[in-house]
Design a protein around this ligand. Structure first.
Ligand code: UT7
Length: 325
């Protein structure tokens, strides 16, 4: 009998502080930085984002999302035998956010590690967990995307600081006789490192370089629309499916124009697009599981629906996962 992996529960968590575009514009104006609700909505679709309190970490957000996913799956933390956290904003340089989160769940022993693929992190992590389940190294995994991007934003740079937010989403992925995950397709091209990066690091007890996010938005935009279409088509081909088989498209939530552009290239109705960017902003590796959980809990996504998840971001990295929910 073949062994597959299937999502059995989803969960998400947003820090309580909701910051509207108007709130942000007022805060930025105090620093002499000019922006407006109109510009942000027209160019990105974002209306609000959530920011974590200064002492709240990615593992704090991630563990809340994980608890909700476990509850939805009807599982106890002690049943989990693999934890993967996708994050670019871990609590510390090491150990991983996954190890810290494991301890917060009150469990020990199972492998726990972070995946660093920026905004593609969740599709990378889901693909790794699927492979480990199919080969028998795990049977009940927690796969989490958790970020506090507010920590790495330059609030004097209006071209980036209005775009991102904090949050976490999680799924429980379990071994199953039936799929589940149908196919995935991951890629990276390191020659584009410079178009989206946080170039700083720590050395000799000091921050070396600039520890704040830099982005060439137009270069990222151009690359994103092309690779998201390619990854979706490659994944459908591997699964022997077509665009018509997709019930819901859940792309990385960065910009409504990129998301709608991808849906149009795939000749999909915009009604099949799951959109949370207006309320969350870009939460990097957390954006896909956050959108997935919202669509599940609102009753949009139903058991048996076919979902296309798609990530794209720094690295440059991109990829897609097609699954039956
Ligand atoms: O998570 C990884 C994936 N990331 C992405 O997918 C982001 C991809 N890129 C984008 O979403 C878009 O490129 C942005 C939203 C970042 C920018 O939108 P755009 O339509 O490409 O705008 P632009 O960079 O061409 O800027 C247009 C104008 C400029 O003014 P001038 O030079 O035309 O006078 C900017 O200075 O808008 C100005 N501008 C702003 N104005 C008000 C840039 N940011 C702002 C702002 N408020 N926040």
């Amino acid at each position: 009998m073949s062994r597959y992996s299937r999502i059995t529960g989803t969960g998400s968590f947003l820090p309580p502080q909701r910051v509207t575009n108007a709130d942000l514009a007022t805060q930025l104006a105090a620093r002499g930085v000019e922006t407006s609700d109109q510009w942000i909505v027209e160019r990105t679709g974002i209306r609000a984002r959530h920011f974590a309190a200064p002492d709240v970490t990615s593992s704090d957000l991630g563990v809340e999302a994980a608890r909700r996913a476990l509850e939805a799956a009807g599982r106890q933390p002690g049943e989990i035998d693999l934890i993967i956290v996708a994050t670019s904003t871990p609590d510390m340089i090491f150990p991983s956010a996954a190890c810290i989160l494991q301890n917060k769940l009150g469990i020990a022993g199972c492998p726990a590690f972070d995946v660093q693929a920026v905004c593609s992190g969740f599709v990378y992590a889901l693909t790794v967990a699927d492979a480990m389940i199919r080969t028998g190294s795990a049977s009940k995994a927690l796969v989490i995307g958790a970020e506090v991007f507010s920590r790495i934003l330059d609030f004097t740079d209006r071209t980036t600081c209005v775009l991102f937010g904090d949050g976490a989403g999680a799924v429980v992925l379990e071994a199953s006789d039936t799929p589940g995950i149908l196919a995935s397709d991951l890629h990276a091209d390191g020659k584009h490192v410079g178009i989206l990066c946080v170039p700083g690091t720590v050395s000799g007890g000091k921050v070396m370089g600039d520890p704040l996010l830099k982005m060439d938005g137009q270069a990222v935009f151009r690359l994103a629309v092309g690779v998201l279409e390619e990854a979706a088509r490659a994944t459908l081909k591997k699964a022997g499916k077509t665009e018509a088989d997709i019930d819901w498209l859940i792309p990385h939530q960065a910009n409504i124009r990129i998301m709608q552009g991808t849906a149009k290239k795939l000749k999909m109705s915009l009604d099949k697009l799951v959109v949370t960017v207006h309320e969350h902003g870009n939460t990097s590796a957390a954006s896909i599981p956050l959108a997935l959980d919202e669509a599940v809990r609102s009753g949009k996504i139903k058991k048996g629906d076919t979902l296309m998840l798609e990530g794209v971001g720094g690295g440059f990295t991109w990829g897609a996962v097609l699954l039956d929910f």
